[in-house]
Structures are given as C-alpha cells and as structure tokens.
Design a protein around this ligand. Structure first.
Ligand SMILES: NC(=O)c1ccc[n+]([C@@H]2O[C@H](COP(=O)([O-])OP(=O)(O)OC[C@H]3O[C@@H](n4cnc5c(N)ncnc54)[C@H](O)[C@@H]3O)[C@@H](O)[C@H]2O)c1
Length: 438
C-alpha cells in the first residue's frame, strides 16, 4: 500500500518530535483514533514519565497517558534512529527568542540535524513550531537535504501551525481547524490526509510560507489588540472610567467589535514572542514594522504600570511605601487555569516589586512550586502559600495577576487590606478590602 493509502487508512505510524504542551496533546489526538505514535524528546525525564504511564502536563491526566500506553499505541524515546521507522515526522519543538530578542531556531534546526541521517524516501515531515515565513522551505529544507534526499522529489516537507489553547474547555486539538501549507499538490494531499484522520476541519493553503504567515498573523492580531486595550485602560483610568465596563458595553455590538481584555502584561510561549519572528524577518526585506513593535512596547510596560498602581495604593490607603511592604501575588501562571508560567508577567512583577524593597510571596493552586526558567531562575523553588484569613490579613497588598478559577476571592475580599486587581477578578465580590483596578 502507498504511504498515502496507509495514512488514509490510519495505518501509518506518526513520529512526534517534542512532547510538550503541543506535542503531547497531539499524540493523544492520534492515539484516540487508534493511530500509532512514537514520541521523541531530548528530555529523558519526560520519556521516563511517559514510559511509566505518567503525565507532566496539568490538563492531561495520568489516566490518558496510561490508556495510550496500555492500548500499545504510544511509546516515547530519545533514540532518534527510530525516525527511520515512522511514516510521518511532526516537529513540535520550542521556538524561543535569544537574549537579544531575535528568533532562536536552534531547537528546530537541531531537530532537523537529528532526523536528517535517518530520513527515508517518501517520508512526510511537518513543522508545527511557530516561526517566520521561509523557515520550512529554506532553513529546515537545507538541513534535511544534507541527507542527499531532495524536498518534493524524495521526501515531503510541509508546515502546519499549532493552534493549541491550553485550558480552553470549548476547543481541543481535534476540534480546532488545522491549517496545512505545502508547496506541491502531492505534499498538500499527504499532510491534509494526516490531520483529516484526527481533526474535524483541515484547511489546505497554497504554500508552507503562507501557513507560517497565517500563524504569525493570528498572534500579532492578539498582541496588537491587547496593546490597544492596555492603552485604553490607561486613558480611561485617567478619566475615572472603568475600562472593563467599557469593553463589556462595546461587546454587545453584534458586528465589527471583538472584545480583548487588559492585563498585567503578556505571557506564555506565543504572544510575547511570535511577533518578533516577523519583525526580524521583515528587516531582511527592509520593511518597517512599527505597529507590531509599538504593541510590544505598550504590552511590555504593563508590569511597571501595575507596580506604580500598587505603590500609589499603598501610599494613599495605608500611608506605607513599597519598601518593606508585604505583597501577595495571586496567580503565578501566565493565564487562568493552566500550570504554564513561561514568560508570565507575575515573574516580572515579583522582580520589580522586590527591586523596590517589597517582600513578595505568591499563591497559585496550579503551581505549588516555581520551576526553573531561563530568565527568572533565581525565583525557582519558591512555594505557593495557602490562602487562609490569617495569612491573607498579614499582607499589605494582595495583587491579582492571574484570575484562576478555584481561588477563594470572597476570602480575599473579606480579609485583605488592599487588593490590586489586574483582571477584574473582584467584580462580583465585596468585603472590607479596598479594591484598586490596575
Ligand atoms: N503552548 C502553546 O499553547 C502553543 C500554542 C501554539 C503554538 N505553540 C508553538 O509550538 C511549539 C512548541 O511549543 P510547546 O509549548 O509545546 O513547547 P514545550 O517547551 O512545552 O515543549 C517542547 C518540547 O520539545 C522538546 N525539545 C526541545 N528541543 C528539542 C530537540 N532538539 N529535539 C527533540 N525535542 C526537543 C522539549 O524537551 C519539550 O519537551 C513552539 O513553536 C510554540 O510557539 C505553542
């Protein structure tokens, strides 16, 4: 049977490189359809956990991994020669920014180097990591072609952006429409067939570059709109108008308006990073990217703004300074109901407040301990404090940075002195605490 036939009849074996927030749910989606998956990662700890039937991602339970394993559909390995045994290779490794805020394609091209010696004729390679146009058809292709095999002649190389939204209860991997971009009709048919087996709607587009551009456009759209409401927050605050009421009112318009909400700054692996993949690439074409950069600038200033508001609240309400104040940050993850704290503004808030002499503790039901991170590693090992009336009343300020469900906001209203609320989390709760929106 041809490889396309194997894919269509769900008999192809799928290799997934990078078993993180994107790769692991994707493996789950294939296994749920009875399709065999071999997962590859360089993190031996993750491989060991999977081999023991355990998960390391909050919203994927141990029982999910256990079932995938006991059905004999999922194995995990760091042994890259096994790439030769799969039919499709899907790459879901990180695409971070370097210290100088430039794209770091190290993990993507490193993965290319690792699979290149084992690449087989007729295999389909799909890149899912968010990146700038040209990564797939030029940079990754150049690495893979070192095998002696030629893209479009000997193997297929395509791009299909990940649209995973961890914590979203309405949409999951299999119900979010999937863009697939390929440079030849054969490659497009192959890649569409792979995802049609597991995803309800597949949207083929004309090239891998178009698909790469679609992903960046989606995230830039978010970044720019969040910057706009963050700016409106500052403007309306000066006019003593509540931006949350404004957005709720505007959102009643059934067309031409889409609500975005302000916050303490951008977080996560996508929105603070992906726009700069495009601004970097645009420099090669000498095209200005002022709008995108301005949005980044406004969003990046939000943590300082929140610290300023906190200092002002302390001074006006308690006649105290930040220096020496005890502050409890509620929510260390970058968004509600997830355990992911990559690029979380709460980390920046902690550092900024401590640089002013404040003592900072945190509460986060999803993150009992702060793990190691690239840019804020000095905070690793700190532990979440419990929320009890005694503990909460001991703080000068409670700063709500992430509005997780399951936090006892009424307790905060009853027992905190000042609440600085960056998420409108206290909307429904009243008590003795003075609530200041920031
Ligand atoms: N997390 C999201 O919600 C999300 C959403 C859309 C797009 N994306 C994009 O998907 C990609 C992956 O993101 P993620 O959140 O899954 O990252 P992650 O850090 O959770 O997972 C990446 C995995 O890849 C592994 N890895 C790193 N280098 C490797 C290598 N050279 N070979 C093999 N494995 C390697 C890591 O050990 C890790 O397990 C990124 O490009 C990201 O921008 C993420």
């Amino acid at each position: 049977m041809s490889r396309l036939g194997q894919i269509k009849s769900k008999r192809a074996v799928i290799g997934i490189v990078g078993l993180g927030y994107v790769g692991l749910p994707l493996a789950q989606a294939f296994c749920q359809q009875g399709i065999k998956v071999v997962g590859f990662d360089i993190d031996q700890e993750k491989i060991n956990l999977i081999e023991q039937g355990k998960s390391y991602i909050h919203h994927i339970g141990d029982e999910v991994i256990g079932a995938m394993r006991s059905d004999g559909l999922f194995e995990a390995t760091s042994n890259f020669p096994k790439i030769a045994e799969v039919d499709v290779i899907i790459i879901c490794v990180p695409t971070p920014l370097s210290k100088h805020r430039e794209p770091d394609l190290g993990p993507v091209l490193g993965t290319g180097e690792a699979i290149m010696p084992h690449l087989q004729k007729g295999q389909l390679v799909v890149l899912e990591s968010s990146t700038y146009p040209g990564t797939t058809d030029t940079e990754l292709a150049n690495v893979l072609e070192k095998s002696g095999l030629k893209k479009d002649e000997d193997f297929y190389l395509t791009y299909s952006p990940e649209r995973e939204d961890p914590g979203n209860e309405t949409f999951s991997t299999s119900t979010i429409p999937k863009i697939v971009g390929a440079d030849t009709p054969e490659a497009r048919e192959m890649v569409a067939a792979v995802y049609e087996g597991v995803i309800s709607k597949v949207v083929p587009v004309s090239s891998s570059r178009t698909a790469e551009a679609i992903k960046l456009t989606e995230n830039i759209f978010r970044s720019v709109n969040i910057a706009l409401v963050n700016e409106l927050k500052v403007i309306f605050d000066a006019m003593d108008i509540d931006v949350w009421d404004v957005i709720d009112g505007a959102a009643t318009k059934p067309f031409g308006f889409m609500p975005f909400y302000p916050g303490p700054g951008l977080g996560g692996h996508c929105i603070p990073i992906d726009p700069f993949y495009l601004t970097y690439k645009a420099r090669e074409y000498e095209v200005p990217t002022r709008f995108i950069e301005l949005a980044g600038e406004i969003n990046a200033k939000m943590p300082q703004l929140v610290v300023g508001k906190t200092a002002q609240a302390l001074s006006l309400i308690s006649q105290k300074a930040l220096n020496g104040a005890n502050i409890l940050i509620v929510g260390m993850a970058y968004k509600k109901n997830v355990d992911d704290m990559r690029e979380s503004p709460s980390l920046i808030l902690t550092e900024l407040l401590e640089s002013e002499g404040a003592h900072v503790a945190y509460h986060d039901p999803f993150l009992p301990i702060i793990p190691h991170t690239r840019e804020h590693d000095e905070l690793a090992g700190r532990e979440s404090v419990d929320l009890t009336p005694e503990i909460v009343s001991g703080f000068d300020v409670v700063l709500i940075s992430t509005n997780h469900d399951g936090v006892d906001y009424q307790l905060l209203a009853d027992d905190a002195k000042i609440i600085v609320d960056t998420r409108n989390a206290m909307k429904e709760f009243q008590g003795r605490a003075v609530v200041v929106k920031a």
